[in-house]
Design a protein around this ligand. Sequence first.
Ligand SMILES: Nc1ncnc2c1ncn2[C@@H]1O[C@H](COP(=O)(O)OP(=O)(O)O)[C@@H](O)[C@H]1O
Ligand SMILES: N[C@@H](CCOP(=O)(O)O)C(=O)O
Length: 296
Amino acid sequence: MIKIKVPATSANLSVGFDCMGMAVNQYAYFTFQNNSKWLTINGCPKKFQNENNLVYKAFIKGCRVLKQPVPNVKITIQTEVPVSRGLGSSATCIVGGLKGAFEWFHHPISKQKLTQLAATMEGHPDNVAPAIYGGVCMAFNNQNDQVHVVKYPVNSIWKFLAIVPDFKISTQEARTVLPEQLSYQDATFQISHCLLMTHAIQGKRFSTLKEAMQDQMHEPFRKHLIKGYDQVKTITDQMHGILYISGSGSTLMLITNNVNDRQKIAKTIQNQFKKWQVKPISIDSNGIQSEVDINE
Ligand SMILES: Nc1ncnc2c1ncn2[C@@H]1O[C@H](COP(=O)(O)OP(=O)(O)O)[C@@H](O)[C@H]1O
Ligand SMILES: N[C@@H](CCOP(=O)(O)O)C(=O)O
C-alpha cells in the first residue's frame, strides 16, 4: 500500500499573490492500493467518489507522464483540510495523486519536477510548492515554463491562528472578482511590500511585518466575499494582530508574536463567530511525505 501525507497550505501570505505560500500542520492522507475493480474511492464526500476526483485525475496524469497504463486502484482519502476554505485542499489532492502514481511505478521524482507537474494542474504554484517542500516558499514559472522555488526561513517568534468560517469560497470563483490590470503604482507598492514581507518574517519586528502585509492585489477585491471580514479585521487590529486572507479565502490567517495575544484574540473571535473554527496552527517544515508498505 502507498501512503502519502500532504500538508495544507496558506497561499499568498498577504502580498505574495500567486507566488508565496506556507505549509501548515493540517494534513491530508491518501492511500493507493491494488483493486479488483477499476476504481474505488473512499473517505471523501459522495460527489467526489468518481472518476472526476482530483486525486484520481492527478494519479492518471502521473501515469501518463510515466507512459504507463492506468492501473485498477483503490484510493482512500482521510483529510483534516477543509474544502474550499483557502487552505489548499485542491493542492493536497493534486500533489498526493501525482506522487501516488510515481510511487506506484517505483519511479523517483524530484521535488522540482513534482512541483512543475502539480503547478500545471493547479494553475498557480503557490500552494503546491510549500505542500511539497514545506515551510514558506516563493514559486513561479519562468518564460520556459520551468518552476523556480525558494524556501525562506521564518522566525520562530511568529504564531499563527487559522480563522475558518463556516462557508466555502471556491478559488475559481474568487479569481473572477480580480481586476484584469494593475497600475505601475500598485505594482511598485506590491513588489516593495512583498520584498519587505520576506525580510520581516525572518526577523522579529511586529511593526515591520504589519507594515509589509498590506495587500493591493487581491484582498481589496475579495474581502467582500467574506462576511465578517471587517469585524475580524477590527478585532485583530485592536488586539495586536496581523490579518490576511488565506489563499482565496474564506479562511483568515492571523499572525501575532506571542501565544498570549493569540489566545486572547482566538477567544474574542470565537465568541463572536460561534460556528467558525478558530485554531492555533504552526508551520509544517517537511512538506509531502510518502511510504510504501509492502505488507499491505
Ligand atoms: N477531500 C477531497 N476529496 C476530493 N476532492 C477534493 C477534496 N478536497 C478538495 N477537493 C477538490 O478540490 C476542490 C476545491 O478546490 P478549491 O476551490 O481550490 O479550494 P481550496 O482553497 O480548498 O484548495 C474541490 O472542488 C474538489 O475538486
Ligand atoms: N494564489 C491563489 C491561491 C489559492 O489558494 P486556495 O487555498 O484558496 O486554493 C489565489 O489567490 O487565487
